[in-house]
Design a protein around this ligand. Structure first.
Ligand SMILES: *Cc1c(COP(=O)(O)O)cnc(C)c1O
Length: 437
């Protein structure tokens, strides 16, 4: 064994001894998985300690919108680290928090003029829930303490947002301990039925409901379930009619993933609260932001008892905000969204072509998302998806499935040659994994 491969083996051994991995059956992992041991990641590629290089098909769990280690983001982080790493956002402010607030609110749909910072996507949604609950509690409607969310929705990991989750497998173990949430059919299963069900629910029970929470345009973790913009327009009208807050969770869909900067733009609507994370710092640091309109903000004024008593240690921290400000500059100066339009057409064409494969029951795409369903194999730990993963890895692509859904969500800036390779490998890997079935 060379030194390098001995060192790699040592890391894997330590890892398997000590580290409990997320969303992982650990006995299976220990027995069968040879993990990628990442030593470097740049652009759309992850390098293993053994020298192999993988195209990152999912942009590091959807965070690395501008690719790994974008030189301008790394430089911004280093600059900031030399100056100011941390201060609490409590009687203290700093340029990053202020500049990011201005830039984010300017980029967002109209009316979202205030920003509350938190730690990640889950807390960005948690903040939206708490803001809604406290708003109604102190503005004359304390009975509004239930949420509405979509079947197949995913909003993160804390107990609060687990209640919103509409992926049954993720919610089941915690179901007895969750805040109150009613689930309505997803528009991905039929637009008209979904609108009708929501209308019926609000007509009967709006007085109990604090907010409706949706992932706009695409339900990510449920398997890249794309739906029509018309649903968001209907939802905006219904929320207005019944005076229910509309929360758009753009943690995954924001920052150009679906084409425009925000998925809400497909429908031309503005929510009352918008949640952002993931692309917010381009995968450099964990950070979340919740944008709110005047009505919500004003509902916490006039008496100090009405203040929002919530805040994380790392709220609006200088390192995160400095990087997030630079992310928005890169989007503008490097015309990232223009590049998305061109790449989105390639992704759409490639997935359309894969609809012809015998093992594929459906394909879809939107912006920098392409997905296909493997026929006859359901559930998060479905086997065939992992067989595709193995085939793709042999071909130099890191392609984690969502159960029987094989998808790509590459960095928005992925070079053409890597995008072509990625799309070819998805095609070949699906064929190879399903040939003998
Ligand atoms: C990933 C995700 C979250 C959770 O974000 P974390 O940063 O992992 O906590 C919330 N909502 C949506 C739509 C997501 O895709």
């Amino acid at each position: 064994m060379t030194d390098r491969s001995a060192e790699r083996a040592r890391i894997v051994e330590l890892d398997k001894h000590r580290v409990w991995h997320p969303y992982t059956a650990m006995d299976l992992y220990r027995a069968t998985v040879d993990p990628i041991v990442a030593v470097r990641a740049t652009g759309s590629r992850i390098e293993d300690a053994d020298g192999s290089s993988y195209v990152d098909a999912n942009a590091s769990w959807w965070v690395a919108a501008l690719g790994h280690d974008h030189p301008r983001l790394v430089a911004a982080l280093k600059r900031q680290a030399d100056e100011l790493c941390h201060v609490p956002l409590a009687g203290i402010t700093h340029s990053g928090a202020a500049e990011l607030g201005e830039a984010l609110c300017r980029s967002a749909p109209t009316g979202l003029d205030h920003v509350f910072y938190s730690d990640d996507g889950s807390t960005a949604v948690e903040v939206a829930l708490k803001l809604s609950l406290q708003y109604w509690a102190q503005n004359g409607r304390p009975g509004r303490a239930t949420f509405v969310a979509l079947e197949g929705g995913f909003h993160g990991e804390t107990l609060g947002v687990t209640a919103l989750g509409g992926v049954e497998a993720f919610r089941r173990p915690f179901a007895r301990a969750l805040p109150s949430c009613l689930h309505v059919p997803s528009p991905a299963d039929g637009l008209e039925a979904a609108v009708a069900a929501l209308r019926t629910l609000l007509a009967r029970r709006a007085d109990e409901i604090a907010a409706l929470v949706v992932e706009p345009m695409v339900q990510g973790a449920a398997g890249m379930r794309i739906y029509e913009a018309e649903y968001l327009r209907a939802v905006r009208e219904l929320c207005d009619a019944y005076d229910v807050f509309l929360v758009c969770d753009e943690v995954f869909t924001g920052y150009g993933r679906t084409g425009p900067m925000w998925a809400c733009e497909h429908a031309g609507i503005a929510p009352d609260l918008l949640c952002s994370a993931k692309g917010l710092t381009g995968g450099m640091l964990p950070m979340g932001a919740t944008l709110a309109n005047d009505r919500l903000f004003d509902g916490f004024l006039e008496d100090s008892d009405r203040a929002f008593l919530y805040g994380h240690s790392y709220c609006g921290n200088p390192l995160g905000t400095a990087v997030a400000v630079e992310v928005l500059r890169v989007f503008e100066e490097e015309k990232v969204l223009e590049g998305v339009r061109r790449r989105a057409r390639r992704i759409a064409a490639a997935f359309e072509a894969m609809a012809e494969l015998a093992a594929v029951s459906a394909t879809r795409s939107l912006g920098m998302i392409g997905a296909l369903d493997l026929a006859g194999d359901e559930g998060y730990l479905a086997y065939t998806g992992w067989a595709v993963y193995e085939e793709a890895r042999k071909r130099g692509v890191y392609l984690r499935p969502l159960g029987n859904v094989v998808y790509v969500t590459p960095p928005l800036t992925i070079p053409d040659e890597d995008l072509d390779l990625l799309l070819d490998v998805v095609h070949e890997s699906v064929e190879a994994a399903t040939r003998s079935r």
